[in-house]
Design a protein around this ligand. Sequence first.
Ligand SMILES: [Zn+2]
Length: 130
Amino acid sequence: MKKKNEKVKLERVYEKAIKIFGKQLKITRVILIFSALLLYFIALYYETKNTTLIFLGIIPFAALILSIILLQKKILYFGEYSFECSNAGDVYLTKLKGNCPICKGELKIANSEYIQCQKNKEHKFFLYEN
Ligand SMILES: [Zn+2]
């Protein structure tokens, strides 16, 4: 495997501010909602001892973890799209695109650590954080 030592900057080809009821979604609000939801599940579990609640509680728990990652890393990738968080805490849905500096193949985000060339899987790069 080739060393992932180069940093590549991706272009933002799509950007949409996420709005709920016409209001810009704030990351702090998302975290608060999921925290409250998780606490609600925990309280309900203590009351009812219903084990199904543990499984259901995984959803707000996972969402909360992802929101915290988004707040810290400012970006969260999933498939072709990503969630981005501005310094003001506004949440955006974006699509990043770029070309391989070696062979000009299309670049795709493989995971949160690196991006991979679609023509040659050996071409891997770190994502330039901007
Ligand atoms: Zn390439």
